[in-house]
Design a protein. Structure first.
Length: 123
């Protein structure tokens, strides 16, 4: 059983900034931790996905983050989304100056069980 190749580098041409709510300041305004993502692919979408609370939402875009080629490596997008929501705000992805709310985080594995990539559903 061969594992899947990484997403081709020629497709991973974009970069974005991921903003995770890290808490609130003394004025109760959200504070953010920013992570620069490199070698990702952002594509327009009009897919309908179910959210955690079982409602349906139409995604505006999908962000593909490769487990091997995207930077930085080793991020836990599920934990980051959970942290952001626990601190009162959804995770935000800023692409070309436009902020998108990260509605879904899908962690996808190859046929050998190795992490292959993440798909961040953006609205």
């Amino acid at each position: 059983m061969a594992h899947l190749s990484p997403i081709p580098a020629r497709i991973l041409k974009q970069s974005a900034t991921l903003r995770v709510c890290s808490g609130v300041d003394m004025w109760q305004a959200p504070t953010w931790t920013e992570t620069a993502l490199g070698s990702v692919c952002i594509q327009p979408s009009n897919e309908t996905r179910k959210t955690k609370d079982n409602t349906e939402a139409v995604l505006r875009s999908l962000c593909f983050v490769d487990a091997v080629r995207s930077t930085p490596r080793g991020l836990d997008f599920d934990a980051m989304q959970q942290q952001s929501e626990q601190n009162g705000q959804p995770m935000v992805l800023v692409f070309q100056g436009t902020p998108y709310t990260v509605l879904t985080v899908e962690t996808l594995y190859d046929d050998t069980g190795q992490l292959h990539h993440w798909e961040l559903g953006l609205v």
